[in-house]
Ligand binder design. Structure first.
Ligand code: SAM
Ligand code: DTB
Ligand code: SF4
Length: 337
Protein backbone atom coordinates (compact mmCIF):
# COMPACT_ATOMS: atom_id res chain seq x y z
CA UNK A 1 0.00 0.00 0.00
CA UNK A 2 1.16 3.52 -0.74
CA UNK A 3 1.03 5.43 2.51
CA UNK A 4 1.85 8.92 1.37
CA UNK A 5 -0.01 11.22 3.75
CA UNK A 6 -3.65 11.80 2.88
CA UNK A 7 -6.17 14.27 4.21
CA UNK A 8 -9.14 13.45 2.04
CA UNK A 9 -10.57 10.40 3.75
CA UNK A 10 -14.26 9.63 3.26
CA UNK A 11 -16.21 8.21 6.18
CA UNK A 12 -17.03 5.02 4.26
CA UNK A 13 -13.32 4.39 3.66
CA UNK A 14 -12.52 4.79 7.35
CA UNK A 15 -15.41 2.51 8.28
CA UNK A 16 -14.16 -0.08 5.79
CA UNK A 17 -10.79 -0.05 7.55
CA UNK A 18 -12.50 -0.65 10.90
CA UNK A 19 -14.69 -3.42 9.50
CA UNK A 20 -11.92 -5.62 8.14
CA UNK A 21 -11.20 -8.91 9.89
CA UNK A 22 -9.15 -8.10 13.01
CA UNK A 23 -6.01 -9.86 11.77
CA UNK A 24 -6.08 -8.02 8.45
CA UNK A 25 -6.49 -4.68 10.20
CA UNK A 26 -3.66 -5.33 12.65
CA UNK A 27 -1.36 -6.64 9.95
CA UNK A 28 -1.94 -3.53 7.85
CA UNK A 29 -1.50 -1.16 10.79
CA UNK A 30 1.64 -2.88 12.04
CA UNK A 31 3.19 -2.94 8.58
CA UNK A 32 2.67 0.82 8.27
CA UNK A 33 3.96 1.32 11.80
CA UNK A 34 7.23 -0.48 10.99
CA UNK A 35 7.71 1.61 7.88
CA UNK A 36 7.79 4.85 9.85
CA UNK A 37 8.90 4.04 13.38
CA UNK A 38 11.15 1.83 15.41
CA UNK A 39 8.39 -0.62 16.37
CA UNK A 40 10.00 -1.49 19.72
CA UNK A 41 10.18 2.11 20.96
CA UNK A 42 7.53 3.90 22.96
CA UNK A 43 7.88 7.60 23.81
CA UNK A 44 7.09 8.43 27.41
CA UNK A 45 5.56 11.64 28.77
CA UNK A 46 4.53 12.62 32.28
CA UNK A 47 1.46 14.70 33.11
CA UNK A 48 1.00 17.25 35.86
CA UNK A 49 -2.17 19.12 36.68
CA UNK A 50 -0.95 22.66 37.34
CA UNK A 51 -4.45 23.98 38.08
CA UNK A 52 -7.08 21.51 39.18
CA UNK A 53 -10.88 21.66 39.31
CA UNK A 54 -13.63 24.27 39.06
CA UNK A 55 -13.62 24.36 35.27
CA UNK A 56 -16.62 26.24 33.84
CA UNK A 57 -16.96 23.89 30.83
CA UNK A 58 -19.49 21.05 30.96
CA UNK A 59 -17.56 18.19 29.30
CA UNK A 60 -19.64 15.18 30.39
CA UNK A 61 -16.62 12.94 30.96
CA UNK A 62 -14.59 15.33 33.06
CA UNK A 63 -14.03 15.14 36.82
CA UNK A 64 -12.85 18.77 36.80
CA UNK A 65 -16.03 20.36 35.52
CA UNK A 66 -17.78 22.57 38.05
CA UNK A 67 -21.10 21.29 36.67
CA UNK A 68 -20.67 17.91 38.40
CA UNK A 69 -19.97 16.87 41.94
CA UNK A 70 -17.01 14.53 41.70
CA UNK A 71 -15.48 15.41 45.06
CA UNK A 72 -12.65 17.45 43.51
CA UNK A 73 -11.92 20.77 45.16
CA UNK A 74 -10.72 23.95 43.46
CA UNK A 75 -6.97 24.35 43.54
CA UNK A 76 -4.80 27.36 42.75
CA UNK A 77 -2.20 27.44 40.01
CA UNK A 78 0.82 25.54 41.33
CA UNK A 79 3.95 27.53 42.17
CA UNK A 80 6.91 27.25 39.81
CA UNK A 81 9.15 25.39 42.25
CA UNK A 82 6.59 22.55 42.65
CA UNK A 83 6.24 22.26 38.89
CA UNK A 84 10.00 22.14 38.44
CA UNK A 85 10.40 19.52 41.11
CA UNK A 86 7.81 17.31 39.39
CA UNK A 87 9.50 17.83 36.02
CA UNK A 88 12.92 16.87 37.38
CA UNK A 89 11.49 13.72 38.91
CA UNK A 90 9.71 12.84 35.67
CA UNK A 91 12.96 13.26 33.76
CA UNK A 92 14.88 11.14 36.26
CA UNK A 93 12.20 8.46 35.82
CA UNK A 94 12.68 8.32 32.06
CA UNK A 95 10.11 10.76 30.64
CA UNK A 96 11.25 12.85 27.71
CA UNK A 97 8.27 15.23 27.70
CA UNK A 98 6.49 17.05 30.51
CA UNK A 99 2.83 17.92 29.94
CA UNK A 100 1.12 20.51 32.11
CA UNK A 101 -2.68 20.70 32.18
CA UNK A 102 -4.97 23.40 33.53
CA UNK A 103 -8.73 23.16 34.03
CA UNK A 104 -9.55 26.37 32.21
CA UNK A 105 -11.99 27.28 29.47
CA UNK A 106 -9.14 29.48 28.26
CA UNK A 107 -6.16 31.09 29.97
CA UNK A 108 -6.14 34.82 30.78
CA UNK A 109 -3.10 36.76 29.64
CA UNK A 110 -2.01 36.88 33.29
CA UNK A 111 -2.30 33.09 33.57
CA UNK A 112 -0.26 32.80 30.43
CA UNK A 113 2.63 34.82 31.83
CA UNK A 114 2.93 32.33 34.68
CA UNK A 115 2.63 29.29 32.41
CA UNK A 116 5.19 30.78 30.01
CA UNK A 117 7.65 30.95 32.89
CA UNK A 118 6.97 27.28 33.69
CA UNK A 119 7.53 26.26 30.09
CA UNK A 120 10.85 28.07 29.86
CA UNK A 121 12.03 26.60 33.17
CA UNK A 122 11.02 23.01 32.30
CA UNK A 123 12.68 23.30 28.91
CA UNK A 124 15.86 24.48 30.59
CA UNK A 125 15.85 21.13 32.45
CA UNK A 126 16.28 19.41 29.08
CA UNK A 127 12.73 18.15 28.57
CA UNK A 128 10.24 18.69 25.78
CA UNK A 129 7.25 20.72 26.92
CA UNK A 130 3.53 20.34 26.32
CA UNK A 131 0.62 22.25 27.81
CA UNK A 132 -3.15 21.93 27.63
CA UNK A 133 -4.91 25.08 28.79
CA UNK A 134 -8.17 25.20 26.82
CA UNK A 135 -8.94 27.64 23.99
CA UNK A 136 -6.22 29.99 22.75
CA UNK A 137 -6.16 33.09 20.60
CA UNK A 138 -3.52 33.42 17.91
CA UNK A 139 -1.65 35.95 20.04
CA UNK A 140 -1.67 33.65 23.05
CA UNK A 141 -0.31 30.79 20.95
CA UNK A 142 2.46 33.17 19.86
CA UNK A 143 3.25 33.93 23.50
CA UNK A 144 3.60 30.19 24.23
CA UNK A 145 5.81 29.68 21.20
CA UNK A 146 8.12 32.44 22.43
CA UNK A 147 8.35 30.74 25.81
CA UNK A 148 9.71 27.66 24.00
CA UNK A 149 6.62 25.42 23.93
CA UNK A 150 7.02 22.25 21.86
CA UNK A 151 3.45 20.77 21.89
CA UNK A 152 -0.06 22.03 22.60
CA UNK A 153 -2.71 19.44 23.51
CA UNK A 154 -6.28 20.22 22.54
CA UNK A 155 -8.56 17.33 21.66
CA UNK A 156 -11.46 17.15 19.24
CA UNK A 157 -12.78 14.51 21.67
CA UNK A 158 -15.35 12.86 19.35
CA UNK A 159 -17.15 13.18 16.02
CA UNK A 160 -18.91 16.47 15.19
CA UNK A 161 -22.22 14.54 15.23
CA UNK A 162 -21.84 13.17 18.77
CA UNK A 163 -20.08 16.23 20.18
CA UNK A 164 -23.27 18.06 21.24
CA UNK A 165 -24.20 15.20 23.58
CA UNK A 166 -20.89 15.59 25.43
CA UNK A 167 -20.13 19.33 25.54
CA UNK A 168 -22.43 22.31 25.14
CA UNK A 169 -20.24 25.16 26.41
CA UNK A 170 -17.85 25.30 23.46
CA UNK A 171 -18.24 24.31 19.84
CA UNK A 172 -16.37 21.92 17.60
CA UNK A 173 -15.36 24.91 15.50
CA UNK A 174 -13.88 26.60 18.61
CA UNK A 175 -11.60 23.58 18.95
CA UNK A 176 -10.59 23.62 15.30
CA UNK A 177 -9.84 27.36 15.58
CA UNK A 178 -7.55 26.84 18.58
CA UNK A 179 -5.72 24.06 16.74
CA UNK A 180 -5.25 26.37 13.77
CA UNK A 181 -3.76 29.09 16.01
CA UNK A 182 -1.34 26.52 17.43
CA UNK A 183 -0.40 25.33 13.94
CA UNK A 184 0.06 28.88 12.68
CA UNK A 185 2.64 29.48 15.41
CA UNK A 186 4.52 26.33 14.41
CA UNK A 187 3.90 24.61 17.72
CA UNK A 188 3.47 20.84 17.31
CA UNK A 189 -0.15 19.76 17.60
CA UNK A 190 -1.31 17.08 20.02
CA UNK A 191 -4.95 16.29 19.31
CA UNK A 192 -7.08 13.20 19.67
CA UNK A 193 -10.17 12.13 21.52
CA UNK A 194 -12.00 9.79 23.85
CA UNK A 195 -13.74 6.54 23.02
CA UNK A 196 -16.08 4.52 25.20
CA UNK A 197 -18.44 7.44 25.86
CA UNK A 198 -21.44 5.63 24.35
CA UNK A 199 -20.66 6.87 20.84
CA UNK A 200 -21.37 4.74 17.77
CA UNK A 201 -18.82 3.01 15.57
CA UNK A 202 -19.52 5.72 12.98
CA UNK A 203 -18.59 8.36 15.58
CA UNK A 204 -15.25 6.67 16.27
CA UNK A 205 -14.58 6.59 12.53
CA UNK A 206 -15.77 10.20 12.28
CA UNK A 207 -13.36 11.37 15.00
CA UNK A 208 -10.37 9.75 13.30
CA UNK A 209 -11.48 11.10 9.93
CA UNK A 210 -11.62 14.64 11.33
CA UNK A 211 -8.12 14.32 12.77
CA UNK A 212 -6.67 12.82 9.59
CA UNK A 213 -8.38 15.36 7.32
CA UNK A 214 -6.90 18.40 9.06
CA UNK A 215 -4.56 20.27 6.69
CA UNK A 216 -1.61 18.62 8.52
CA UNK A 217 -1.90 15.58 10.72
CA UNK A 218 -1.38 16.24 14.44
CA UNK A 219 2.14 15.17 15.38
CA UNK A 220 0.66 13.43 18.42
CA UNK A 221 -2.75 11.73 18.61
CA UNK A 222 -3.91 10.77 22.10
CA UNK A 223 -6.58 8.08 22.15
CA UNK A 224 -8.24 8.10 25.56
CA UNK A 225 -10.49 5.34 26.83
CA UNK A 226 -13.14 6.96 29.01
CA UNK A 227 -12.32 6.85 32.72
CA UNK A 228 -15.80 6.57 34.19
CA UNK A 229 -15.64 9.02 37.06
CA UNK A 230 -18.34 8.95 39.73
CA UNK A 231 -20.43 12.10 39.70
CA UNK A 232 -20.03 12.73 35.96
CA UNK A 233 -22.97 12.10 33.61
CA UNK A 234 -20.95 9.31 31.95
CA UNK A 235 -20.26 7.31 35.11
CA UNK A 236 -22.59 4.44 34.12
CA UNK A 237 -21.58 4.21 30.46
CA UNK A 238 -21.19 0.63 29.24
CA UNK A 239 -17.58 -0.46 28.79
CA UNK A 240 -16.24 -0.48 25.25
CA UNK A 241 -15.22 -3.86 23.77
CA UNK A 242 -11.41 -3.97 24.17
CA UNK A 243 -11.05 -5.27 20.60
CA UNK A 244 -12.91 -2.21 19.33
CA UNK A 245 -10.44 -0.01 21.22
CA UNK A 246 -7.51 -1.84 19.62
CA UNK A 247 -9.16 -1.40 16.22
CA UNK A 248 -9.37 2.35 16.92
CA UNK A 249 -5.63 2.49 17.58
CA UNK A 250 -4.94 0.51 14.41
CA UNK A 251 -7.09 2.77 12.24
CA UNK A 252 -5.45 5.87 13.75
CA UNK A 253 -2.06 4.40 12.80
CA UNK A 254 -3.19 3.72 9.21
CA UNK A 255 -4.77 7.17 8.71
CA UNK A 256 -1.88 9.09 10.29
CA UNK A 257 1.18 6.96 9.51
CA UNK A 258 3.80 9.40 10.75
CA UNK A 259 2.04 10.65 13.89
CA UNK A 260 2.74 9.39 17.38
CA UNK A 261 -0.39 7.56 18.51
CA UNK A 262 -0.65 7.91 22.27
CA UNK A 263 -2.29 5.25 24.40
CA UNK A 264 -3.70 7.73 26.91
CA UNK A 265 -6.30 7.71 29.70
CA UNK A 266 -7.88 4.42 30.68
CA UNK A 267 -4.77 2.23 30.82
CA UNK A 268 -5.45 1.34 34.45
CA UNK A 269 -8.52 -0.56 33.24
CA UNK A 270 -6.62 -2.36 30.45
CA UNK A 271 -4.99 -5.77 30.75
CA UNK A 272 -1.33 -6.16 29.82
CA UNK A 273 -2.46 -8.17 26.80
CA UNK A 274 -4.74 -5.35 25.63
CA UNK A 275 -1.94 -2.81 25.94
CA UNK A 276 0.48 -5.15 24.14
CA UNK A 277 -2.02 -5.41 21.26
CA UNK A 278 -2.25 -1.62 21.16
CA UNK A 279 1.55 -1.36 20.84
CA UNK A 280 1.43 -3.90 18.01
CA UNK A 281 -1.39 -1.96 16.34
CA UNK A 282 0.73 1.20 16.29
CA UNK A 283 0.48 2.96 19.64
CA UNK A 284 3.92 4.38 20.36
CA UNK A 285 3.61 6.80 23.22
CA UNK A 286 2.09 6.77 26.70
CA UNK A 287 1.64 8.84 29.82
CA UNK A 288 3.85 7.39 32.51
CA UNK A 289 3.54 7.80 36.27
CA UNK A 290 0.84 6.95 38.80
CA UNK A 291 -1.41 9.87 38.00
CA UNK A 292 -2.90 11.36 34.85
CA UNK A 293 -4.35 14.78 35.76
CA UNK A 294 -6.69 13.77 38.57
CA UNK A 295 -7.32 10.06 37.97
CA UNK A 296 -5.07 7.06 38.32
CA UNK A 297 -2.64 5.64 35.78
CA UNK A 298 -0.80 2.30 36.07
CA UNK A 299 2.00 2.18 38.62
CA UNK A 300 5.38 2.93 37.09
CA UNK A 301 6.66 -0.52 37.99
CA UNK A 302 3.80 -2.18 36.09
CA UNK A 303 4.77 -0.27 32.92
CA UNK A 304 8.45 -1.09 33.44
CA UNK A 305 7.65 -4.77 33.78
CA UNK A 306 5.35 -4.79 30.77
CA UNK A 307 7.95 -3.01 28.62
CA UNK A 308 10.54 -5.51 29.77
CA UNK A 309 8.30 -8.47 28.93
CA UNK A 310 7.58 -7.00 25.51
CA UNK A 311 11.16 -5.92 24.75
CA UNK A 312 10.03 -2.32 24.43
CA UNK A 313 12.68 0.39 24.81
CA UNK A 314 15.22 -2.39 25.32
CA UNK A 315 18.54 -1.44 26.83
CA UNK A 316 18.37 2.18 25.77
CA UNK A 317 17.49 5.17 27.88
CA UNK A 318 13.79 5.82 27.19
CA UNK A 319 12.61 4.19 30.40
CA UNK A 320 15.42 3.60 32.84
CA UNK A 321 14.00 5.16 35.95
CA UNK A 322 16.07 5.69 39.05
CA UNK A 323 13.16 4.24 41.00
CA UNK A 324 13.09 1.16 38.77
CA UNK A 325 12.73 -1.92 40.89
CA UNK A 326 12.49 -4.42 38.06
CA UNK A 327 12.04 -7.87 39.43
CA UNK A 328 12.95 -10.42 36.77
CA UNK A 329 11.87 -13.47 38.83
CA UNK A 330 8.48 -11.95 39.48
CA UNK A 331 8.12 -11.00 35.83
CA UNK A 332 9.03 -14.48 34.66
CA UNK A 333 6.63 -16.16 37.00
CA UNK A 334 3.90 -13.70 35.97
CA UNK A 335 4.68 -14.40 32.33
CA UNK A 336 4.63 -18.17 32.77
CA UNK A 337 1.63 -18.27 35.10
N1 SAM B 1 -9.15 22.07 29.96
C1 SAM B 1 -8.35 21.73 28.88
C2 SAM B 1 -9.11 21.21 27.69
O1 SAM B 1 -10.20 20.66 27.85
O2 SAM B 1 -8.62 21.37 26.58
C3 SAM B 1 -7.24 20.77 29.22
C4 SAM B 1 -7.43 19.57 30.12
S1 SAM B 1 -8.55 18.31 29.61
C5 SAM B 1 -8.65 17.38 31.09
C6 SAM B 1 -7.64 17.33 28.44
C7 SAM B 1 -8.35 16.12 27.85
O3 SAM B 1 -8.39 15.06 28.79
C8 SAM B 1 -9.78 16.26 27.39
O4 SAM B 1 -9.89 16.88 26.15
C9 SAM B 1 -10.22 14.81 27.31
O5 SAM B 1 -9.99 14.29 26.02
C10 SAM B 1 -9.33 14.11 28.33
N2 SAM B 1 -10.13 13.61 29.46
C11 SAM B 1 -10.65 14.35 30.47
N3 SAM B 1 -11.36 13.57 31.32
C12 SAM B 1 -11.28 12.30 30.85
C13 SAM B 1 -11.83 11.06 31.27
N4 SAM B 1 -12.61 10.96 32.35
N5 SAM B 1 -11.53 9.96 30.55
C14 SAM B 1 -10.75 10.05 29.45
N6 SAM B 1 -10.24 11.21 29.00
C15 SAM B 1 -10.49 12.32 29.68
C1 DTB C 1 -5.15 13.67 26.80
O1 DTB C 1 -5.67 13.45 25.68
N1 DTB C 1 -5.28 12.87 27.86
C2 DTB C 1 -4.62 13.45 29.00
C3 DTB C 1 -3.89 14.68 28.40
N2 DTB C 1 -4.40 14.72 27.07
C4 DTB C 1 -3.95 15.98 29.06
C5 DTB C 1 -5.55 13.75 30.13
C6 DTB C 1 -6.37 12.59 30.57
C7 DTB C 1 -7.18 13.02 31.73
C8 DTB C 1 -7.96 11.91 32.35
C9 DTB C 1 -8.80 12.37 33.46
C10 DTB C 1 -8.03 12.96 34.62
O2 DTB C 1 -7.03 12.37 35.08
O3 DTB C 1 -8.49 13.99 35.16
FE1 SF4 D 1 -12.63 21.80 31.66
FE2 SF4 D 1 -10.93 20.52 30.04
FE3 SF4 D 1 -12.39 19.18 31.87
FE4 SF4 D 1 -13.62 20.19 29.75
S1 SF4 D 1 -12.04 18.61 29.73
S2 SF4 D 1 -14.33 20.35 31.88
S3 SF4 D 1 -12.46 22.07 29.44
S4 SF4 D 1 -10.81 20.66 32.30
Amino acid sequence: MNDSLRNDWALAEVQALFNQPFNDLLFQAHTIHRRHFDHNKVQVSTLLSIKTGACPEDCAYCPQSTHYDTGLGREKLLPLDEVLEAARLAKANGSSRFCMGAAWRNPTDKNLDVVAEMITAVKAEGMETCVTLGMLTDRQAGRLKKAGLDYYNHNLDTSPEFYGQIITTRTYQDRLDTLQHVRDQEISVCSGGIVGMGESAADRAGLLMQLANMPSHPESVPINLLVRVEGTPLQETAALDPLEFIRTIAVARILMPKSYVRLSAGRSDMSDEMQASCYFAGANSIFYGEKLLTTENPEAVRDQQLFQRLGINGDETELTPTSCTSQPEKVESAASA
